[in-house]
Ligand binder design. Structure first.
Ligand code: 6PG
Length: 248
């Protein structure tokens, strides 16, 4: 039976995407903190989320969100210095973390200084031990933000990569096609354990991948993001959405 396409919020363009995503993230954080006194948040890397993070760093979100109860991680990270322009941590720090009152001890950049990717992945998995668990014992994020690559990758889970088959590992080291190549990434078991997952997708270059993911084409890693017991949402701009009668 054909799967129903995932729920998609369509916005006119990049500015609306940033604003709509910021509102969705802020409300999700507030709901988590109201229910459990804290929010475990995994930020996406790449360029698309930057404007959303910048929006969250400004009024009303800077004042409205209970930032002191937020614990920040990354859904993936490039194994470059944390002050490298290619670092997902560096992007989020410049766009958001410098402007909101998240305690330093609650910001968890990937341990990129580890001797190699495997050590970094193992160290980051240990940091996830602090999270509350789902019934299967996996760390359960309240919200994981994800982007979408033109090839359907998400986080740093790329087509055909063995990391896609992980059943027990929480974080894996990968060598990928998109530079910089050496990264660590959350695995699908951890991503799918989340209470909420939000994809941000922008631009005509993502049309083909988005259409295939909405149909859950198994060849695309992002198609396998299917929360076990959580909400999945896409916020996309018109440029990224191709109207396909078969997909509605
Ligand atoms: C990364 C991201 C990656 C990104 C997509 C989309 O570290 O590169 O985690 O999965 O989200 O490649 O990137 P853009 O938002 O730059 O198009």
């Amino acid at each position: 039976m054909a799967e129903a396409p995932q729920p998609v919020i369509v916005v006119p363009g990049p500015e609306a995407l940033a604003e709509t995503a910021a509102r969705w993230v802020a409300d999700t954080i507030k709901t988590a903190v109201a229910a459990r006194s804290r929010c475990y948040l995994a930020l996406a890397g790449g360029e698309t989320p930057r404007a959303c993070y910048e929006t969250l760093s400004r009024p009303p979100f800077r004042e409205e969100v209970p930032w002191s109860a937020v614990h920040v991680y990354w859904s993936d990270e490039r194994l470059v210095p944390l002050d490298d322009p290619a670092s997902n941590y560096a992007m989020a720090r410049a766009a958001l973390l410098e402007y909101v009152s998240i305690p330093r001890a609650q910001i968890h950049p990937a341990p990129v200084a580890e001797r190699d990717g495997r050590a970094a992945a193992e160290a980051y998995a240990r940091e996830l031990m602090a999270l509350l668990r789902d019934p299967a014992g996996r760390p359960r994020f309240d919200l994981i933000l994800l982007g979408l690559g033109e090839d359907g990758h998400t986080a740093s889970l790329f087509p055909g990569d063995a990391a896609l088959n992980a059943e027990e590992s929480w974080v894996l080291a990968v060598h990928v096609a998109k530079p910089p190549p050496n990264r660590i990434t959350l695995t699908l078991p951890v991503i799918n354990a989340a209470r909420a997952i939000l994809f941000l997708v922008q631009g005509a270059a993502k049309r083909s991948a988005l259409q295939a993911v909405r149909r859950r084409d198994p060849r695309l890693p992002a198609s396998h993001v299917q929360p076990v017991d959580g909400e999945l949402r896409f916020i996309v701009d018109r440029e990224a959405l191709v109207e396909d009668p078969a997909a509605v």
